[in-house]
Design a protein around this ligand. Structure first.
Ligand code: IMP
Ligand code: MG
Length: 179
């Protein structure tokens, strides 16, 4: 697909994201209170900024691991087939696990990943998504915690890309095509 012309309009400020992450971290600490160590699993690549900020807000022992599943490629259209490109390095059997996702859109990615990780018999497995687009859902799934519900817009920034660009924006913006 040829690169289209677009501008980015800010949707969620860096300050609003930071405040929301602080509140979510308190809920996660309460939920997993008393755990020896929480295994925080980031879904590559979109969650890398979110997981970095989230773990630094958590006052508990954490281990960080990463999983990579296929996403959109360079298009804005979701594919239903989810493949695992990079598996976890560590074991999760009998452990407390938190899966960190950037966006739940159709829900195919999170439902596939959750099912696969549950088959490894973690003690507890919860999920957190920075963004949720409930109007786009095709699979009946919800993250345990959600940062922000957003309308059906294509967003970038704070780790999230469009054709591998704009991950480094400190805020969440929506893509507005101008061509
Ligand atoms: P799902 O499987 O349809 O729920 O898609 C989830 C994945 O699609 C997310 O992890 C993102 O990588 C990608 N995605 C969904 N919406 C957007 C968006 O607005 N911008 C960039 N990537 C998105
Ligand atoms: Mg993704």
């Amino acid at each position: 697909m040829a690169q289209r012309d677009y501008v980015i309009d800010q949707l969620i400020s860096a300050k609003a994201i930071a405040a929301r992450i602080e509140a979510l971290a308190r809920e996660i600490e309460t939920h997993f209170g008393g755990t020896e160590k929480l295994i925080v699993v980031g879904l590559l690549r979109g969650s890398f900024v979110f997981i970095a900020d989230l773990v630094r807000e958590l006052n508990m022992n954490v281990e960080v691991d990463f999983l990579e599943a296929t996403s959109y490629g360079d298009s804005t259209v979701s594919s239903r087939e989810v493949r695992i490109l990079k598996d976890l390095r560590g074991q999760i059997g009998g452990r407390d696990v938190l899966v960190v996702e950037d966006i739940v859109d159709t829900g195919f990615t999170l439902s596939h990943v959750t099912r696969m990780l549950l088959s490894r018999n973690p003690k507890r497995l919860e999920t957190i998504a920075l963004l949720d687009k409930p109007s786009r859902r095709e699979v009946d799934i919800r993250a345990t915690w959600t940062g922000f519900e957003i309308p059906d817009e294509f967003v970038v920034g704070y780790g999230i890309d469009y054709a591998q660009r704009n991950r480094n924006l400190p805020y969440i913006g929506k893509v507005r095509f101008t061509d």
